[in-house]
Design a protein around this ligand. Structure first.
Ligand code: TEU
Ligand code: CA
Length: 560
C-alpha cells in the first residue's frame, strides 16, 4: 500500500456563486470564500475543489468559459485568486480547479474567430458541419434539450454543442487545440494549483463521421452518448495530457465521466495506465432514473447497495480508486434524496455521511452537506435559474404540452437548483450569505438549518462530520482497507467490513426509519471490539453479535 495525500484527504466542493458574498451584490465571490477558510479547516477539510471561477458570460454558471486564464468579474480578480491559494496553502490545504475543456463559451476568442469564416485559422478549433438538407448534421440531442447542433448564418454551417448553444464543443482532433489546453493547464499548475476536476472529460473524443443515433419513437432527437462517451481516441488524449502535463507535478486528478462502468473506469485510473487518479461515476446518480433523469422511478436499498458495492469491488485491490459522493452542484441534496429530510434529517444525514467516509475512496463533501441542507420547492418556475431546468421546462410545457404541475414536481426532486440555493451561514436575513439580494433565493429553512447553529451544537451534523473526518484519518483501515459486503440481500442494512493487514473495521448502517435488529453473520469472528463512531448515544461495551439499531443508526467498530 502506497500512501497518497489525495487518498487520505477529504475534499470539499465550493460552488462559488452560492457560497459567500463579500460585497453585497448578491453573488458569492473569492474574497467571500477566504473569510470561510477557518470554518473549513475546523471541519477537517484538506482539499478544496472550486467550481469554475474563470471569465464567463454565465450561461451555465461558469461552465461556459470565455477566458481560461482570467477570473470572472463577479468573483473578483486574479489577485484575489492568488490570495485564496496562498491562504489555503498557509493552512496546509490544497486547491483543485475545475477544468472545463470539452467545450468553451461561444464568447471565447477562439470561437469568435472560428465562426467568422470557413478558412479562419481557428475554424477547426470547433466542430463544424454542413446540414443534411435543411436539417441538422445528425440527430443528437443536447444534454440541455433540443438539438446538439446550432446553425450559424454567417457561413451556413452548424456547430456541435453537447450542452447549451453557448457551449460549443472543442475539436480535440486538432492537435493545436490540445496544445493550447495543455499550455493553459501548465500555466495554472505553475501558479501552484494542486490538481484538476475535469468536466465531462470522457466526452472529448467523438466517433468519426458523427453518425446519428438510432431514432427514438415520437422524438425528434436522440441521445448520442454511444458516439461521444469514451470515444475512440479518449485514452490516447488522456495519456498525452498525462505525459505532457500531469506527470510533471504532485497533483490530484478526478475526471467527471457520466456513463462509465467500473470496467471502463479501470482504463482511466489504474496506475499503470498513467491517465487519471479517480473518476466521478454516475451509476448511483442514475439509480432513480428511467428514460433520462426526469423520468423518476422508485428503487430499493439493494439497488443502491448493488451499485456502490460493485464499484468498491470493481476498483478495489489496487485496480483503481473510488471517489465517494452523493451530491454536488448538479444533483439534489443528499439528505433529501437518499435520507429523510423531515423527522430524521439529523440522523439520516449523519448515517449517509458515515457511508461516504467509510468506503474505500476519497470522500467529497458538497457545500452545505455538512449542515444537512435540503432540497427547495420554489412556487414558480421564474424563481429557478438553472439552464438545464429552464430548457427542460420550456420543452415539456410549451412544446410537448405536459402538465406544468407535474414538471414542477420533477424539478423539486431532481432540479440542479436544489444544490445551488445560497449557503446557510446564520439565521439573519438571506442566511448571512449576502447583505444584498441573492442571485437565487435562499431556502426558507435557513432559520433552523445554518452553520452558526451547527458549529455551536455538539449534536449537529457539522460536528459529527468533524469527528467522522478525524476518525477516518486516525484509522487508515478506513482509507486503505479492502471492502467486503455483509448481508447483501438486506433491504434494511448496508453493512460491510474493511480489512487492512490485521486491522479490521465493521460498518453497520440502518437505512430505515424504524428500530431494526442487526445480527452479525457468524463467519465474522472477533475477540474484542471498539466503537469508533456512531450517530446515537449507545453502550459501547455491549456485545455486537446482535443489537438493536434506531432509525438511520450508523455504527463503526474496530474489530480485534
Ligand atoms: O456536468 C456534466 C453532465 O453530464 C451533466 O449532464 C450533469 O449530469 C447534469 O447536469 C445533471 O443534470 C458538468 C457540470 O458538472 C455541469 O454543471 C455542467 O453544466 C456541464 O458539465 C457542462 O459543462
Ligand atoms: Ca459578490
Amino acid at each position: 500500500m502506497e500512501r497518497k495525500w489525495w487518498k487520505e484527504g477529504t475534499v470539499y466542493q465550493i460552488y462559488p456563486r452560492s457560497f459567500a458574498d463579500s460585497n453585497g451584490d448578491g453573488i458569492g465571490d473569492i474574497p467571500g470564500i477566504i473569510t470561510k477558510l477557518d470554518y473549513l479547516k475546523n471541519l477537517g477539510i484538506d482539499i478544496i475543489w472550486l467550481s469554475p471561477v474563470y471569465k464567463s458570460p454565465n450561461d451555465d454558471n461558469g461552465y461556459d468559459i470565455s477566458d481560461y486564464q482570467d477570473i470572472m468579474d463577479e468573483f473578483g480578480t486574479m489577485a484575489d485568486w492568488d490570495n485564496l491559494l496562498a491562504e489555503l496553502h498557509a493552512r496546509g490545504m490544497k486547491l483543485i480547479m475545475d477544468l472545463v475543456v470539452n467545450h468553451s463559451s461561444d464568447e471565447h476568442r477562439w470561437f469568435v474567430e472560428s465562426r467568422k469564416s470557413k478558412d479562419n485559422p481557428y475554424r477547426d478549433y470547433y466542430i463544424w458541419r454542413a446540414g443534411e438538407g435543411d436539417r441538422e448534421p445528425n440527430n443528437w440531442e443536447s444534454i440541455f434539450s433540443g438539438s446538439a447542433w446550432q446553425h450559424d448564418e454567417l457561413t451556413d454551417e452548424y456547430f456541435l454543442h453537447l450542452f447549451s448553444k453557448k457551449q460549443p464543443d472543442l475539436n480535440w482532433e486538432n492537435p493545436k487545440v490540445r496544445d493550447e489546453i495543455y499550455n493553459m493547464m501548465t500555466w495554472w499548475l505553475d501558479k501552484g494549483v494542486d490538481g484538476f476536476r475535469m468536466d465531462v472529460i470522457n466526452m472529448i473524443s467523438k466517433v468519426e463521421g458523427l453518425p446519428s443515433a438510432p431514432a427514438q419513437e415520437g422524438r425528434k432527437y436522440a441521445g448520442g452518448g454511444d458516439y461521444f462517451m469514451n470515444g475512440p481516441r479518449i485514452h490516447e488524449y488522456m495519456r498525452e495530457m498525462n505525459e505532457k502535463v500531469l506527470s510533471k507535478y504532485d497533483i490530484m486528478t478526478v475526471g467527471e465521466t457520466p456513463g462509465v462502468t467500473p470496467e471502463q473506469a479501470i482504463d482511466y485510473v489504474n496506475e499503470d495506465r498513467h491517465e487519471l487518479h479517480m473518476l466521478f461515476q454516475f451509476e448511483l446518480m442514475d439509480v432513480d432514473s428511467g428514460h433520462g433523469k426526469w423520468d423518476i422511478i422508485p428503487y430499493k436499498l439493494t439497488d443502491l447497495k448493488r451499485i456502490l458495492s460493485k464499484w468498491q469491488y470493481g476498483l478495489g485491490h489496487g485496480k483503481g480508486w473510488n471517489s465517494l459522493y452523493m451530491n454536488n452542484h448538479d444533483q439534489p441534496r443528499m439528505v433529501s434524496r437518499f435520507g429523510n429530510d423531515e423527522t430524521y434529517r439529523l440522523q439520516s444525514a449523519k448515517m449517509l455521511g458515515t457511508l461516504l467516509h467509510t468506503q474505500q475512496g476519497t470522500p467529497y463533501v458538497y457545500q452545505g452537506e455538512e449542515l444537512g441542507m435540503t432540497n427547495v420547492k420554489f412556487d414558480s418556475i421564474d424563481q429557478y435559474k438553472d439552464i438545464e431546468t429552464l430548457n427542460m421546462y420550456h420543452e415539456k410545457v410549451h412544446e410537448q404540452g405536459v402538465d406544468p404541475a407535474h414538471v414542477m414536481l420533477t424539478i423539486y426532486i431532481k432540479g440542479r437548483d436544489n444544490a445551488r440555493t445560497p449557503m446557510q451561514w446564520d439565521d439573519s436575513a438571506n442566511a448571512g450569505f449576502t447583505t444584498g439580494t441573492p442571485w437565487i433565493e435562499v431556502n426558507p429553512n435557513y432559520t433552523e438549518i445554518n452553520a452558526k447553529q451547527a458549529v455551536s451544537d455538539p449534536n449537529s451534523i457539522y460536528n459529527y462530520y468533524k469527528r467522522l473526518i478525524r476518525t477516518r484519518k486516525d484509522n487508515l483501515v478506513l482509507v486503505y482497507g479492502e471492502f467486503d459486503e455483509l448481508l447483501a440481500d438486506s433491504e434494511t442494512f448496508y453493512a460491510y467490513t474493511r480489512t487492512l493487514d490485521n486491522e479490521r473495521a465493521l460498518v453497520v448502517l440502518n437505512f430505515t426509519a424504524q428500530d431494526q435488529t442487526f445480527t452479525l453473520p457468524s463467519e465474522i469472528t472477533y475477540t474484542g471490539f471498539e466503537l469508533l463512531i456512531s450517530n446515537y448515544d449507545l453502550d459501547a461495551t455491549q456485545d455486537i453479535r446482535t443489537f438493536t439499531t434506531r432509525p438511520y443508526e450508523a455504527r463503526v467498530y474496530r474489530l480485534v
